[in-house]
Write a protein that binds this ligand. Structure first.
Ligand code: AMP
Length: 213
């Protein structure tokens, strides 16, 4: 239906930070994902629904049109290799940095460093741009553990306050990218549901400008 809008968003930090922006556009979810197990949330607007999915799945749902729009971290978008999405708006929420990190005085110039990360493509690109070949070990979480048990020399991970690195005796070494959440849009929805999508993007843009997050 041309006037319905499905919004893909992940639970946790991004959902929490997106709520004030959504509220400023007049959209309020009817359930709290912290207490509800529902994966599709109704909102106060009958034609607008939220689907709750893993952060790294948000681009896939939007690219395939299972959701018209989505809210995804730039880290996830840099890692996503598919097509079919526009990225019209920086929401300026869930801000952090993607960093290379490791033990103090870690080796960074060796010919073949081992890097543990869940950001395999982004990490490979980062080192390739410097002409460095590295061995990348894909992990799904707790990257900070890898150098401590000698699984890897260094890690590439998101850093906010730096507390997690410090607590594990690691330090930030190189800044790879500034990260924030972006609004993404399915290319077909942008055409077929132009009115509702364009108006949503516009209202979200106004909410960001007025500092609702
Ligand atoms: P911190 O200890 O504040 O530096 O936060 C680092 C931990 O939180 C790491 O495990 C990161 O993967 C995670 N983290 C930090 N910022 C974000 C973010 N914006 N989105 C998702 N995870 C984050």
């Amino acid at each position: 239906m041309a006037d319905t809008l499905t919004i893909a968003v992940s639970k946790g930090r991004i959902f929490k930070d997106a709520l004030p922006l959504l509220a400023a556009t007049g959209v309020v979810p009817q359930d709290d994902p912290a207490t509800s197990r529902k994966l599709i949330l109704d909102t106060n607007v009958a034609a607008i629904k939220l689907v709750l999915i893993r952060a790294s799945d948000v681009p896939t749902y939007v690219a395939y049109g299972a959701a018209d729009v989505g809210i995804a971290g730039k880290d996830v978008l840099m890692e996503y290799e598919g097509n079919g999405i526009y990225e019209p708006l920086d929401l300026n929420i869930a801000r952090c940095r993607l960093m290379l990190a490791g033990p103090p005085r870690a080796r960074t110039a060796d010919t073949r460093l081992r890097i543990a990360t869940k950001y395999v493509h982004t990490t490979r690109r980062y080192f390739a741009e410097q002409g460095k070949q590295v061995e990348i070990i894909k992990l799904y979480g707790s990257m900070e553990l890898a150098p401590l048990v000698k699984l890897a020399d260094l890690i590439v991970d998101l850093v906010d306050t730096g507390n997690t690195l410090r607590a594990n005796g690691l330090e930030p070494l190189e800044h790879i990218a500034d990260i924030s959440s972006r609004l993404i849009v399915n290319k077909a929805s942008m055409k077929m549901k132009h009115g509702v999508v364009k108006s949503f993007v516009q209202r979200m843009g106004e909410a960001v400008q007025h500092g609702q997050a």
